[in-house]
Design a protein around this ligand. Structure first.
Ligand code: ATR
Length: 275
């Protein structure tokens, strides 16, 4: 079985490491490789992957949206989102999916019960591609309300309106002032990502004790956002779980087998500690 991730640049991707361990652990003959594909090469590359009988591939920055025009079918939720991170090739046909939002929910379910999540006051920081997937997954899961705060508040408003549950769009300052109202605060912005490790979208030291701060960043493992939340005695969740689960959900689509996510979260955590 041939699998790949396509992106630009792609050399820092940890997906080959993860999927090759799973292929081997499950005795599936095959290989998962990273292929650097520029925007100009994208259409041609999809044809090549079909011709060379790949079983599927992941799609990362900057192709998650532009890939859609080259696919034969797109799953409903990925279509609504306008972004694809997983493609299955079957009988020469490419079908697009998005496992990012569901991956986040799976990661969240390791630290909060279904009831906790459904009853929580939830604040999403950011209104970009990652926020879209997570907001959609939370709404489908059945949360009552989603508050979204963004540096550009109009984008937060638009994302709130696109959800099938009620919500409110906020600016970051208002979110900061009201931080102690929320049970779960999720950072989907890139603020705090390596190399800008001292940055954070809000000062999470004002969070409620016992609330949860979840970051989708995993480099570094402990972002400034998570460190400040710890100082408020909030629980924390880093981005490793979401990364592993989005991969596991893609892997299941290609191989129809369930990889060991708990073991991979340990391995990825150890790997990122070395970086
Ligand atoms: P992704 O696909 O990773 O979500 P994106 O679509 O570019 O990436 O979205 C990035 C998000 O991070 C946006 O919400 C962005 O805010 P704007 O909409 O105002 O641009 C947010 N973001 C990026 N850098 C930030 C910073 N330094 N402080 C606060 N928010 C930031």
């Amino acid at each position: 079985m041939k699998l790949a991730v396509i992106g630009y640049p792609i050399r820092h991707s940890k997906s080959p490491y993860m999927h090759n361990i799973w292929l081997e652990a499950l005795n599936i003959e095959g290989q998962y490789e990273a292929i650097e594909v520029s925007p100009e090469q994208l259409e041609h590359q999809v044809k090549v992957l079909k011709e060379e009988e790949y079983s599927g591939f992941n799609v990362t920055i900057p192709h998650k949206e532009s890939i859609i025009q080259y696919l034969d079918e797109v799953d409903h939720s990925a279509e609504v989102l306008g972004a694809v991170n997983t493609v299955v090739i079957k009988n020469g046909k490419c079908t697009g999916y998005n496992t990012d939002g569901q991956g986040f929910l799976q990661s969240l379910s390791a630290v909060r019960t279904e009831v906790d999540i459904k009853q929580a006051q939830i604040l999403l920081l950011g209104a970009g591609g990652a926020a879209k997937g997570i907001a959609g997954a939370l709404a489908s899961f059945g949360v009552r309300k989603i508050s979204i705060a963004n540096r550009t508040p109009s984008k937060a408003e638009a994302l709130v309106k696109a959800q099938k549950v009620p919500g409110e769009g906020l600016d970051l300052q208002t979110a900061q002032e009201r931080l102690n109202e929320f049970d779960i605060v999720i950072n989907t912005t890139s603020s705090g990502m390596y190399p800008n490790v001292d940055a954070a979208p809000v000062d999470s030291s004002f969070m409620k004790k016992g609330a949860l701060a979840a970051d989708i960043i995993y480099n570094p493992l402990r972002t400034q956002f998570l460190k400040q939340a710890e100082s408020a005695e909030a629980d924390t969740l880093n981005g490793i779980g979401m990364f592993v689960w989005q991969g596991a959900l893609a892997f299941e689509k290609w191989t129809l087998q369930q990889p060991d996510t708990a073991d991979m979260i340990n391995k990825m955590t150890a790997l990122m500690k070395q970086e």
